[in-house]
Design a binder for this molecule. Sequence first.
Ligand code: ADP
Length: 351
Amino acid sequence: MSLLDTKNITPRSLSFFTALAISVINAVLSLLVQPKWYTSVLVFFVTFIIIYSIYYYTLQRFIYRKIKLIYKFIYQTKASKKEEIFYQHILPQKSIEQVSEDVAKWALRRKMEIEKLQDNEKFRKEFLMNLAHELRTPIFSVQGYVDTLLNGALEDENVNRKFLSNANRSIDRLVRLVDDLDEISKLESGKIPIIQQSFVIQELISDVYEEFLLKAKEREIHMLFKKGTERPILVYADEQKIKQVLVNLIENALKYGNDGGTITAGCYVVDDKSIYIEISDDGPGMSETHLPRIFERFYRADRSRARAIGGTGLGLAIVKHIVEAHGHTVNVRSKPGVGSSFGFSLDKGEG
Ligand code: ADP
């Protein structure tokens, strides 16, 4: 770095070089007027001290005080002890160039914060709109049946039980929706801690398969392990939450899968740190356009079918939350007419 690097001039160096230049000129002039070296030396030092002091004081007072104010505004805090040290010792060393870099960085940070807030606001609005829509359908349905029953259908033996059971189904749907909302908001608030332990993932999958056995039998759907992946593998995760992930994925595979189809669970050792688990079905699949948004709350690939089946639209969002809370990711592969595979990774367990 050269002595007079214009990019990195500080008030001190600027004062120094200005004072030096004027002092040299004065000393030379005094030598011409009175050719005595000690007078020149005296003139040099006196001029230097005076010019340096005036220049430095002016710069500090009129420029650096303003800059200090800018910094205080940027940090928006009452100066702490650490900051006082910054203002007294570090700031005066900063060049104007560095100050403008700091301000530019601050402006960029602010811009990003604002963009994030705007995104959150958009997200919040969309969520409220979707929620109102999701609530409206079952509530209107219950209201319709209750009205009809009150207006005479209650006495009609042919329809009264049917209408009541339809209303009951809508109430069940509302309860599922509220349960899922509760689950997702707890996960988002980070209130439920992740309690990790080592366990065999295949055993957990078998438990979930067993819970759905009756439903699967009704539709002649087979639930299997992929050949070659039956050997017990330990994962290190929150067993209850991973059970929830498996329940949601296997339930979806059953809900959307074809009668007589197959659900396959595969467990793979990726490396000495992670395990990959995949739940696949040979159901209707989804077109590629849906895949990037499928984990969003209330997003549905096939709206009418999903509604008819009675899903809340939150199952995959919960899956994503849980897997990400474990520091891992979830992904989907799907092809219309071929089937879907949902996979996620977990830490390898020890034991
Ligand atoms: P839902 O309660 O509607 O099932 P999810 O969040 O669990 O909500 O799933 C979101 C959407 O993803 C579903 O509505 C459905 O369109 C699609 N989907 C999920 N799993 C499958 C699957 N195994 N096969 C086909 N489509 C699926």
